[in-house]
Design a protein around this ligand. Sequence first.
Ligand SMILES: Nc1ncnc2c1ncn2[C@@H]1O[C@H](COP(=O)(O)OP(=O)(O)O)[C@@H](O)[C@H]1O
Ligand SMILES: [Mg+2]
Length: 445
Amino acid sequence: MRSIFAKILVWSLGTFVLSLIAFWAISRMIDRRMRVGDPFPRMISLIEDDACRVYEEGGAERLSAHLRRLNAYLHAEHILTDSEGRDLATGEDRSDLISRSRVRHDHGRLDDGRMIFIGRPRHGKYYFINIVRPLFESRQILPYYSLIVVVIAVMGFVLAVHLAAPLRRLRGVVERFGRGELAARADSKRKDEIGELSRAFDEMAGRIETLMLAERRLLQDVSHELRSPLARLGFAVELARSGPDADRDRALDRVRKEADRMSELIGELIELTRVEGDRGAWNAEIVSLDALLDQIIKDCEWEAGARRRRIVLKIERSVMVMGEHELLHRAVENVVRNALRHTPEGTTVDVDLSTRDDRALIRVRDFGSGVPEESLSAIFKPFFRVEIDRDRASGGVGLGLAIAHRAVDLHHGRIEARNVSPGLEVTIELPLARQDDEHIRVASA
Ligand SMILES: Nc1ncnc2c1ncn2[C@@H]1O[C@H](COP(=O)(O)OP(=O)(O)O)[C@@H](O)[C@H]1O
Ligand SMILES: [Mg+2]
């Protein structure tokens, strides 16, 4: 039985039949118990004795009057015979009635369904025959039972429809999604488990859709980004082959530069996909942000000094977050290096670390030209570079902030940029490590 639908029907009917059997067994049991102390047989022997006494004292006539009264009173037929089966009131032969039944509780039946009970009062001298119509017949109750079965079947049907239909609908949505219709959603308003399942599916589908779209866009961007250096490479090679000697060196320089650029691009791409990699393989640990910042600043300081810029680090207190050290390092370093690149000669890059509520805040501020207001969120997209930076030989390929954004996102944090004229301020917000995370080893910065 494969469908929930049939299962529910069978289960509800099965439960009904079981309860019916239990009901029947219990009533049988009660019936048995009752019989032992039942006053009924004793009452019957009283009636039997009475009839015998009337016959012995008053003969057939009195007996017949007595039995008529009894019949009217008890809505049954009563007959007293001698031991041969001859009716003592009318003289008729009743032995066929007697042969139909055995003595006492076991009864026989007449063709019209009436029951025959036989008693043997006065130590077997007489037969006392009692013919009654049964109070109820199982045949009479049958329609009621059938009605109940029908009602239960209808209720089971309604329940089955109620459960199976939304499941089928959800399956349809899952199948559509599986066939590549990424916008397929269940959109269930139900409050039960099926509703929860539908919402969980919708959430998953949403995440997959975003990821797939981002991936597709990235692939387009990558192809686009690779095309121009490749074209320039081809051009340079052509020039090196056919041009005058003076051009050859320039062309080879060009080849070298374009190759470097592509290698950098691919390096960054690998980094970006690594950030997106399998979260199950994550090496989550407690990361000390102050140690991490110290390390980054130390690495950048030499380069900054050489270019006559300074980094000023301000740490309010020691701050711990939960995450992957390598990824967080990447994210922050990208932001700091951008600031260093954009801040003018003789100015500083201010980096400070603080906390607000249960979040850690890293702010990186430079004194450069900032970013056009409308591009403030676009700079976190892969390959986006502000116009004037596009031709600049220095700097990366436009993936640095995209990597930072994804890394911070994976840590349930936020990264934002705003202009503080002069300069740009990038804020990274990360959830602080909770007390119960502390048992995980502290990463050495
Ligand atoms: N501190 C900054 N000041 C001005 N512009 C910035 C700053 N940081 C980033 N940008 C802009 O955002 C773009 C994207 O940055 P990023 O992703 O790091 O790429 P890249 O550094 O490789 O150009 C940069 O090309 C630049 O136009
Ligand atoms: Mg950068």
